[in-house]
Design a protein around this ligand. Structure first.
Ligand SMILES: [Zn+2]
Length: 186
């Protein structure tokens, strides 16, 4: 399968300029699967801002666990996926992370399919699965993050992997009044 080939993925994305969505539909797989391989091959996504990844950049071997971890709260395991992840990696799930099924199939608990996602980003990730990688174009989502959750355009741009200006532009497009930037008085 082509999407499991790093060079193929890179050329589709960077040379052909295809979106993650395009690649997913060409490959007849879920966008989550493509995101998974991007992450696995460490392919940089188009982004104006670093740190825009919704995934954990931490590989299991590098996470401090147990008594070494400063915020260790004891390992409470819920669910089969969590149990399996712990078995595969022989460690507890670090605080602030949850286990996500890369292909969206909750019954597929293979090692390759179980991945750590930051809890904060997990629900956003599921929105991306539904709306594609141009999440900022989803009016309902964008407005609720900005107005209801009081999220900044910078934070939104990180989640959507776009620039703050793009987030701004779409908010205005959807008729949302942009909050004035905070003025800092010295
Ligand atoms: Zn999930």
């Amino acid at each position: 399968m082509n999407y499991k080939n790093k060079e193929w993925l890179r050329s589709q994305y960077y040379v052909q300029g295809k979106s993650l969505n395009d690649i997913a539909s060409m490959s007849h797989v879920n966008i989550g699967t493509i995101l998974y391989w991007f992450e696995k091959f460490n392919i940089k996504r188009r982004s104006q801002k670093e740190g825009a990844s919704i995934w954990s950049k931490v590989s299991p071997g590098k996470i401090r666990t147990g008594s070494q971890s400063s915020n260790w709260k004891g390992g409470v395991s819920r669910g089969y996926a969590r149990k399996k992840w712990k078995e595969y990696h022989n460690m507890d799930i670090p605080r602030g992370f949850c286990v996500h099924h890369a292909d969206g199939n909750k019954k597929n608990n293979s090692k390759e399919n179980l991945m750590l996602v930051k809890i904060d980003y997990h629900s956003h990730y599921h929105s991306i699965l539904r709306f594609g990688d141009r999440l900022y174009r989803n009016k309902e989502w964008l407005i609720s993050q900005y107005k209801t959750n009081r999220m900044s355009t910078v934070k939104i741009s990180e989640i959507c992997n776009c620039s703050p200006a793009t987030a701004n532009k779409w908010l205005r497009e959807f008729g949302v009044k942009i909050r004035p930037a905070r003025i800092i008085k010295c």
